[in-house]
Design a protein around this ligand. Structure first.
Ligand code: ATP
Length: 280
């Protein structure tokens, strides 16, 4: 079975609180990208196994795709093995949700394969038990996320089909370390959501692009601010860090402008540059 496992960007991310169990509550506008991993999955006898040539992706039970397969089989009471091969194209630990996307692709792929033994609600519960971003990838389109990411609603109005240029630093960032350094008293995106409520109006890059985790990550990695400035200097309508970073994305209305920015920034050799599109 061949599975398509897209990356995402957060076009808006306000951290609104912290639950007693340590999870952060947020309001986020999330959108899948055309950029995607390819997954091949084979159901048979034997154990659950994962193969991935990327050096930073575990091939053990710590792999989120492995965890998803194991939890699905246990929950559905199915005695089978699953062989998963991941062709990793999404930069790792980059704020683009690659691992969560892989987990969601495996959950829905297995549920389809076995004729739907788990209800969508049960599958969504399994998803959030694997990671806060996994329910979004099961949802399968642009969404407003609330709670810790498990409460999902369709967007108020269709998103513009922006071309996207991603600037990916060579280092990864751990989501946990960014949240640990976050001072909730200093967050500012909630105010923007109050003035220009995202759940009732169309997305407007000039007003809505905001990420409470950006300054936290940039205080550790100042090149995040430099990446934003570079994208804006190269004609982006707006630029923002995605998720907990460190990837910064620029939005372009025209393909030509995105291509020019891609070429010019790639020439500097400072970042890995990927041109893609919102999958609206
Ligand atoms: P998060 O916000 O969950 O940290 P991210 O998008 O920033 O997500 P991922 O690419 O999902 O980053 O990788 C985060 C960590 O998860 C990495 O350190 C990686 O080793 C581990 N990981 C486990 N399974 C996978 C997977 N299938 N693909 C990518 N990374 C995985």
């Amino acid at each position: 079975m061949a599975l398509h496992s897209p990356a995402k960007v957060n076009l808006f991310l306000a951290v609104t609180g912290r639950r007693p169990d340590g999870y952060h509550e947020l309001i986020s506008l999330m959108c899948p990208l055309e950029l995607a991993d390819k997954i091949h999955m084979r159901v048979g006898a034997g154990p659950v196994s994962v193969a991935c040539a990327h050096p930073d992706v575990p091939e053990t039970g710590a792999n989120l795709a492995h965890r998803a397969a194991r939890r699905f089989l246990d929950a559905a009471g199915i005695d089978a093995g699953v062989e998963i091969v991941i062709d990793k194209r999404i930069p790792v630990a980059a704020g683009l949700g690659g691992g969560s996307s892989n987990a969601a692709a495996v959950l829905s792929g297995l549920n389809r394969h076995f004729g739907g033994p788990l209800t969508p609600a049960f599958l969504a519960d399994l998803a959030v038990s694997i990671g806060a971003d996994v329910p979004f990838f099961l949802f399968g389109g642009p969404a407003m996320a609330a709670g810790i990411g498990e409460i999902l609603r369709p967007v108020a109005a269709p998103l513009p089909p922006f071309h996207v240029v991603l600037l990916c630093p060579s280092y990864g960032v751990s989501t946990a370390s960014v949240f640990k350094n976050l001072n909730l008293a200093l967050t500012k995106c909630k105010k923007i959501h109050k003035s220009y409520p995202l759940d009732s109006q169309a997305f407007d890059a000039a007003r809505h692009l905001c990420n409470d985790l950006e300054d936290v990550a940039a205080s550790i990695h100042p090149d995040i601010h430099a990446a934003k400035a570079t994208l804006l200097d190269n004609g982006a309508s707006g630029a923002l860090m995605s998720g907990s970073g460190p990837t910064v994305f620029g939005l372009f209305s025209e393909a030509d402008a995105a291509r020019r920015a891609e070429r010019s920034i790639a020439g500097s050799g400072q970042w890995r540059v990927i041109k893609t599109r919102l999958r609206v």
